[in-house]
Design a binder for this molecule. Structure first.
Ligand code: AMP
Ligand code: GLY
Length: 413
């Protein structure tokens, strides 16, 4: 089978790596890709937001499957264009991707499907925002309705700051604060059948001990030894399946990866957000632990016959990814710092995100530069291997957290 992976980042490198290790895959293509992806796939230049161009590339290459990585092309309708050209596509339609593209839409679907989530109000004026803030009380949660690349959400005790964010956006969702550890639970679906992956957790803040500003994610691990037994079954039954069923009922089936961001609160599981694609960096350790082949799973989902393949199987043990970011991240980023990668321990992958080639050098080209990803017999072994990998990588100004997946016998606070 020939597969085209669309996207430039770490998630796409993890997908391309897993596909390149899948015996049923004969060719992996990627667009636009990055220098890490170039080691396992043939790169092509294309505007990832241009559905017609992506569809034409897929047809030209004769691929059997397109896997769309990031949310922006999905929200732009690229999966629709690929399917219209007769090529199987793993990734939701423009309409279904609204589950990620619009917070208000996601709330509407959850309400219709009876999915537990934070109480929320959609506001379009500063007066409505003020009223909603006072109704829910502090800490305040104000979310830009549209796609904001992770920058649209403000969680604060400062009422003025919450109001200011509310007034800066055209339409916001103000919601109840959810207290409790966060879990990322992904599901592969063909619009009817739903297979959950192993739960994972990411570390959103830049600094050790969850300090400093939010980032796209500084590390992740799977599985969660501390998670309550039955969590996956409960989320499948109360969140994932009802959401997929509601999307089908509306005539806009969700085909692809449904990412449930969950908070495990004292009152039970609540959805914090949905995403319409694999999470980054959770995908790196998840796919490193996947035992069953990836391509047949994604293709069966894309072709509406997920029930014909077995649910994903996982290797025992654990996976850990530690992100290395460039100087200045997350406020800014530094480009052009030369990256050196020394000898890596067995089973450790350097998964590229913001990297580029400059002559013979590998250099930084973004905030999150790469994720050192490792597996091990248990979480501690995977963590040790990942940090041994981090020690082998260097570039000027490199930042990484030292506490990814550390001391996790109990849920993180
Ligand atoms: P979102 O883009 O909706 O995932 O929000 C980004 C981050 O803000 C989440 O991962 C949470 O850490 C935090 N957050 C979002 N909504 C809430 C909420 N209702 N209560 C507490 N934290 C939240
Ligand atoms: N890990 C967070 C995200 O992918 O949105």
């Amino acid at each position: 089978m020939k597969v085209l992976v669309l996207g430039p980042g770490g998630r796409e490198h993890a997908l391309a790596l897993a596909l390149s290790r899948d015996p049923s895959v004969s060719e992996v293509h990627a667009a636009p890709g990055n220098p890490g992806i170039a080691e396992v796939a043939t790169l092509h230049e294309v505007d990832a937001l241009d559905g017609a161009a992506v569809a034409a590339l897929a047809v030209d290459l004769g691929v059997d499957l397109v896997v769309v990585g990031p949310e922006a092309p999905l929200v732009a309708g690229v999966a629709d264009a690929v399917r219209e050209a007769g090529v199987s596509c793993f990734g939701p339609s423009r309409e279904a991707a609204r589950l990620e593209g619009s917070k208000a839409f996601a709330k509407d679907v959850m309400a219709a499907a009876g999915v537990p989530t934070a109480m929320a109000r959609v506001c379009t004026t500063p007066e409505q925002v003020a009223e909603a803030l006072d109704a829910f009380g502090a800490p305040y949660v104000v979310k830009d309705d549209g796609l904001a690349a992770g920058k649209g959400v403000v969680v604060t005790d400062d009422r003025e700051a919450a109001l200011a964010h509310g007034s800066a956006c055209e339409r916001v969702v103000v919601e109840e604060f959810l207290d409790g550890p966060e879990v990322s639970l992904f599901a592969v679906t063909d619009g009817t059948t739903v297979y959950a992956l192993q739960p994972a957790q990411d570390f959103k803040r830049i600094g050790d001990g969850d300090t400093g500003p939010n980032t796209g994610g500084m590390g992740a691990y799977t599985p969660l030894s501390w998670a309550p037994e039955g969590l996956v079954a409960e989320v499948l039954e109360r969140v994932l399946q009802p959401t997929v069923d509601e999307m089908a009922r509306r005539g806009t089936p969700f085909v692809g990866l449904l990412y449930a961001g969950l908070a495990l609160t004292a009152r039970g599981v609540r959805v914090v957000e949905f995403n319409a694609r694999f999470g980054d960096p959770e995908t790196q350790p998840l796919l490193a632990l996947l035992d069953s082949p990836l391509a047949p799973l994604l293709r069966a989902a894309a072709e509406g016959r997920l029930d014909e393949v077995d649910p994903p199987r996982w290797r025992p043990g654990a996976g850990v990814a530690v992100v290395m970011a460039s100087a200045g991240y997350p406020a800014s980023s530094s480009s052009g710092d030369v990256i050196t990668v020394g000898a890596l321990p067995e089973g450790v992958d350097v998964v590229h995100a913001g990297t580029a080639r400059r002559g013979d050098d590998l250099v930084t080209a973004g905030g999150r530069v790469l994720a050192v990803t490792a597996t091990g017999a248990d979480l501690e072994a995977a963590r040790e291997a990942a940090y041994a990998g981090v020690a082998a990588v260097s570039f000027a100004g490199a930042q990484h957290r030292t506490d990814i997946a550390a001391g996790l016998g109990a849920p993180p606070a």
